[in-house]
Design a protein. Structure first.
Length: 458
């Protein structure tokens, strides 16, 4: 039953054995700061009538917990068992080993980023990727920027600033967050000319809208929705003829833009970049970290004269790519030269093409091992079928048959409580809640031990 005098001083704690151990791991400044905050809280509690001795006794444990929590990065590796393979909120594509090695080498040592090793003169950073991109897409030239939003922005700005861009009303997309096509156009300085209706747009709609002020025609892949029923859109080849006749640029924003035919991997087709180029688009834009399976990046591929104009736009410098991602992209694109082994090497494709039987076998194997880890906390685990999604706006209405673990417990809030506990683990685990259970889709789980190890810390 003591008051404030039961509390130790800052120095007493710092000089104690525990204090020294904490300073060793967290540094003096962090320990002192956390300790002051805890001592203030203890004094407040004592003022409210708490027992000083009890507050002093709690202090070491609370201090150690505060410091451990503060030292834990929120960016630590986690397990994506949501069933969405390209999860934008979880950082989209996981890189291939070759890309990870290339990125870490680029971080650790100088490299010839803008330096010609042959002549010793100046080089171009995009040169490391241009050849590969042209080879894989059939385009004449390519330019590389920070992400696909930047690719669309710089292309619009280069050819449409102070002019008009024609877009179908069926393609005025919002990609989530703040990427809305009309807003991007406004920021690019382009006047949007909407044509057609939500469900039907015809060639004459575009033709009638062309004026001497038209800078470009924009075609947008409706990544995250489908318009079904009584619909009509103008196919890219027809649009290319209209644009060519009028002497304006046709820009096709593919979004995900696969470099391979997904049908070869048992998935529904998405338009490939090579197809979009072959269909006659002057420029095609797509992302690096969607179906391509690389780091965040945006590409504009197409006519050489137009790419040269984009490269002269001062915005290019503001949206250019850093050396780490250029190195990772080069390694990722090289994998596409060997299509036979691509699915083995590229995690995105490997997971998307995983047969359901394989995932179901994993679920059957894991369920009896996971159940005993959850039982002490009042939860149970069983194997279940479920449905994965590609994510990031690819084939939005399609699901891929998958399998996983169905975790259940007593009480209506059981799935939410368990989901919160799994998010708080040293290696956080995220699933999705469905029909009163927490589902862990195992499509993206390469090693059983990773999940068992994570759950052992419950
Ligand atoms: C995803 C997407 C974008 C934006 O790409 P980011 O790489 O996320 O910047 C633009 N257009 C379409 C059609 C998309 O699907």
């Amino acid at each position: 039953m003591q008051g404030f005098r039961a509390l130790p001083s800052v120095d007493q704690v710092l000089l104690s054995e525990m204090g020294r151990a904490l300073v060793d791991s967290h540094g003096r400044a962090a320990v002192t700061g956390a300790l002051r905050a805890r001592l203030d809280a203890a004094r407040d509690a004592i003022r409210e009538g708490a027992d000083g001795g009890a507050e002093a006794a709690r202090l070491p444990h609370l201090l150690a917990a505060d410091l451990a929590a503060a030292a834990q990065s929120k960016l630590r590796p986690m397990l994506n068992l949501t069933g969405t393979v390209l999860h934008t909120n979880l950082g989209r594509a996981i890189l291939a080993d070759a890309a990870i090695r290339a990125a870490s080498a680029a971080m650790a040592a100088p490299l010839a980023l803008e330096f010609d090793l042959g002549t010793g003169g100046r080089g171009q950073r995009d040169d490391h990727l241009r050849g590969l991109l042209c080879e894989l897409t059939g385009a004449e030239d390519a330019t590389i920027v920070n992400n696909n939003a930047a690719a669309v922005l710089i292309a619009l700005n280069t050819f449409g600033q102070g002019r008009q861009a024609i877009v179908s009303r069926g393609e005025l997309i919002e990609i989530g967050g703040a990427f809305r096509m009309p807003d991007i156009m406004a920021r690019a300085g382009v006047h949007l000319v909407e044509v057609g209706t939500t469900n039907r747009t015809h060639p004459r709609d575009y033709e009638d809208a062309i004026t001497p002020d038209t800078g470009l025609i924009l075609k947008v892949h409706t990544s995250n929705y489908r318009i079904e029923g009584f619909t009509a859109e103008v196919p890219a080849p027809a649009l290319a003829r209209i644009a060519k006749k009028a002497g304006v640029v046709l820009l096709n924003d593919l979004g995900s833009g696969s470099l391979v035919d997904l049908a070869a991997y048992g998935l529904r087709r998405e338009p490939t970049v090579a197809e979009a180029v072959a269909e006659g688009a002057d420029l095609v834009t797509f992302s690096g970290d969607k179906l391509l399976g690389g780091p965040q990046a945006g590409f504009v591929v197409g006519r050489r004269d137009l790419i040269a104009q984009i490269n002269r736009n001062p915005l290019k410098r503001a949206v250019r790519l850093d050396k780490i991602r250029i190195a990772a992209l080069e390694a990722t694109l090289r994998l596409y030269r060997d299509p036979d082994r691509l699915a083995e090497r590229l995690p995105t494709l490997r997971w998307l093409s995983r047969p359901q039987a394989d995932i179901a076998a994993q679920a059957a194997r894991l369920a009896p091992q996971v159940a005993p880890l959850l039982a002490p906390h009042g939860f149970d685990a069983g194997a279940t079928d479920c449905a994965s999604q590609i994510g990031s706006g690819s084939l939005p209405t399609e699901t891929i048959p998958s399998a996983g673990l169905r975790l259940t417990g007593k009480g209506g809030d059981a799935p939410d409580r368990l989901a919160a506990s799994l998010r708080a683990l040293p290696c956080p685990v995220v699933g999705h809640i469905r029909d009163g259970a927490l589902i862990l889709d195992l499509r993206c789980l390469d090693r059983d031990e990773d999940l068992l190890g994570a759950l052992a810390a419950l």
